[in-house]
Write a protein that binds this ligand. Structure first.
Ligand code: AHM
Ligand code: MG
Length: 334
């Protein structure tokens, strides 16, 4: 890397220069996401030394036990954006209803939906974590949006991305024109462009799935896994299993090296685990922007018409060929 690499700020300004009508608000928004990433990454580096591990003792809106870091990450997003003048509403996995910003404080036109800490089960053991975000534009009327105005189809997203806290901290996002990745240089506290215009392989050799759930899966999904694990050298099987417990980290691997992640529906729980609006939709926009695909198994994620803020959805995401293959199994065509 050059001694003077491209900063997140410079990258955004250069992209903005290509759109003379842009107001700069959106650029500021991405810079604030970077600030969230720096603050959480700083906490995580000292996680075993300061009192941020373990549970809060509370249960969130999803019925899941809340970890201290879930709360800290959620609070960090809120604090960074609440008085930024950039957004009018915030919605997250950790809040039952969106936070609509005060009418009395200047607010912007964007609505930010996020999973503040993705891969919560990894928090106490130094495994990768992430955050996933989706940006929508509030249009149509003055004033703050209602909850239903945040419940939008994925095609309405104007930007989406994720932060991944692994051996390094990365920020990957798209505004619909290419997918770009930035790596945090902790020495100077700045994100630098490290992965320009990511294009994911059309076919990979890895699957990421919690196949401990195999016997909870419908037979179509079991057959997909059996196929991926079968020995067949000409078609590149068996695939290798890689599952981190952090969706953002697994998708990051797939973006760079190809393959498929899936969290399917289960017998008696066909909607699966992952949330449509702030997990599946933003990652679908990123992956499709890099040439991959994201599907429920029967339709593209970005075409699902959402009914609720915390709606769950089965997710098959990754390289074009593997996601198409998964759809064929799920739809009983193979
Ligand atoms: P979270 O946002 O509450 O952490 O849940 C999402 C996570 C994904 O990151 C990960 O792939 C999956 O849930 C892990 O679930 P499981 O432990 O059931 O495999
Ligand atoms: Mg998550």
């Amino acid at each position: 890397m050059s001694r003077f690499p491209i900063t997140l700020a410079r990258h955004i300004i250069e992209k903005q220069a290509a759109h003379p009508t842009a107001t700069g608000e959106f650029s500021a928004l991405m810079t604030q996401i970077g600030l969230v990433g720096k603050m959480i990454a700083r906490d995580l580096r000292r996680a075993g030394l300061i009192d941020i591990l373990g549970m809060t003792g509370e249960i969130n809106v999803q019925g899941e036990a809340v970890k201290k870091l879930d709360e800290i990450a959620n609070e960090t997003f809120i604090r960074v954006f609440q008085h930024s003048g950039l957004v009018c509403a915030l919605a997250s996995e950790e809040m039952e209803h969106p936070l609509r910003l005060s009418e009395n404080w200047p607010h912007g036109k964007y609505m930010l939906l996020f999973d503040p800490l993705d891969g919560s089960s990894n928090t106490d053991n130094n495994m990768p974590l992430g955050a996933i975000f989706s940006v929508l534009r509030h249009e149509g009327h003055e004033g703050l949006p209602s909850e239903s105005e945040l419940v939008c189809q994925g095609t309405k997203q104007v930007a989406a991305g994720y932060l991944m806290y692994g051996s390094s901290t990365v920020l990957v996002f798209t505004v619909g024109q290419g997918v770009h990745g930035f790596t945090l240089d902790p020495g100077v506290g700045e994100f630098f462009l490290s992965h320009e215009n990511i294009r994911m392989p059309a076919k990979g050799s890895v699957y990421c799935a919690n196949d401990g759930n195999y016997y909870k899966w419908p037979k179509e999904t079991q057959r997909l896994l059996d196929y991926l694990k079968a020995l067949d050298t000409p078609s590149g099987r068996p695939y290798s299993a890689r599952y981190s417990g952090c969706l953002a980290a697994d998708v990051h691997r797939l973006l760079l090296a190809g393959g498929i992640y899936f969290y399917p529906g289960e017998t008696g729980k066909p909607e699966g685990k992952l949330r449509l609006l702030y997990e599946a939709n933003p990652l679908a926009m990123v992956v499709e922007g890099a040439g991959g695909r994201a599907s429920t198994g029967v339709m593209p994620i970005l075409e699902v018409k959402p009914k609720g803020l915390h709606q769950r959805v089965p997710l098959f995401i990754g390289s074009r060929d593997e996601v198409t293959l998964a759809e064929q199994f799920i739809q009983g065509q193979r």
